[in-house]
Design a protein around this ligand. Structure first.
Ligand SMILES: [Zn+2]
Length: 253
């Protein structure tokens, strides 16, 4: 899974500030920890909006995530304005695949809250730029309030930043496992035919390019079809790339 980590604020934009503690430093410390923890997991490919204290505009951040072809954009922030605890956000408007993003938020939110020592303020929705302008699922987390004395004390301790980062990584790993589970259940089909010999022809062709398949006889609204189902043990991403390159049809059910 391709993950884009956005450390909120930076450079000339300190974010929220309280008692000389700046949000931009905390988000950077947490994000850099997340990045190095993800590096050890071969299932994760990570990129980030910034790795140092620098100004990066919101549009640049989104562009970086788009260029990276992220499958999840995770924006890291610290809260302020009276309150205490952890909350997560997705976009508050209708958008493509919102249900999927909501499910990801639920998994991410629960995993993080189970692994940090902050009060649960719940899953929320808002019209934030990073959530609105990005085309991939995007979630923003706010861990603790910088202007809440106890939250700030926690955030000022390095080992707590490591715990917060690890909770985010555990959440990302839970999402990857979920994605793999649904992929395993999905069937990749390359053609559905009325006549069996057409299905056999397709199967022979696919086998000549290294893709094994089986033919399944199925009824759809009382019509009989022969479906060419790709071998479940093959790497679906590889098969799809190959079928696209060969201009062959496929669909997933
Ligand atoms: Zn912020």
């Amino acid at each position: 899974m391709r993950i884009f980590i956005d450390a909120g604020h930076g450079g000339g934009d300190p974010g929220a500030v309280s008692n000389l503690v700046k949000e931009k430093d905390l988000t950077l410390a947490i994000s850099n920890r997340i990045i190095s923890m993800c590096m050890g997991n071969p299932n994760l490919i990570v990129s980030r909006s910034r790795g140092v204290d620098q100004s990066v505009s919101l549009s640049e951040r989104v562009q970086k995530a788009e260029r990276f072809k992220a499958e999840l954009l995770l924006s890291i922030h610290i809260n302020a304005g009276g309150g205490s605890g952890f909350e997560s956000y997705i976009l508050n408007k209708m958008f493509k695949n919102k249900q999927h993003t909501e499910a990801m938020q639920t998994r991410l939110h629960r995993t993080i809250i189970d692994n940090i020592d902050f009060k649960d303020r719940g899953q929320k929705q808002a019209n934030f730029y990073m959530l609105r302008q990005s085309s991939m699922p995007a979630i923003l987390t706010e861990t603790g309030f910088i202007d809440h004395e106890q939250d700030r004390k926690k955030l000022m301790q390095d080992h707590n930043l490591t715990i917060i980062a690890r909770a985010h990584v555990k959440a990302i790993e839970a999402l990857v496992r979920e994605q793999e589970d649904t992929r395993e259940k999905e069937q990749l089909i390359s053609g559905s035919f009325r006549l069996k010999h057409h299905a056999v022809n397709r199967q022979v062709y696919l086998s000549s390019v290294g893709i094994n398949s089986e033919i399944r006889h199925q009824f759809i609204d009382q019509d009989s079809y022969y479906r060419v189902v790709i071998d479940q043990t093959l790497d679906k991403t590889w098969v799809i790339r190959k079928l696209k390159a060969l201009n062959q049809p496929y669909f997933i059910i």
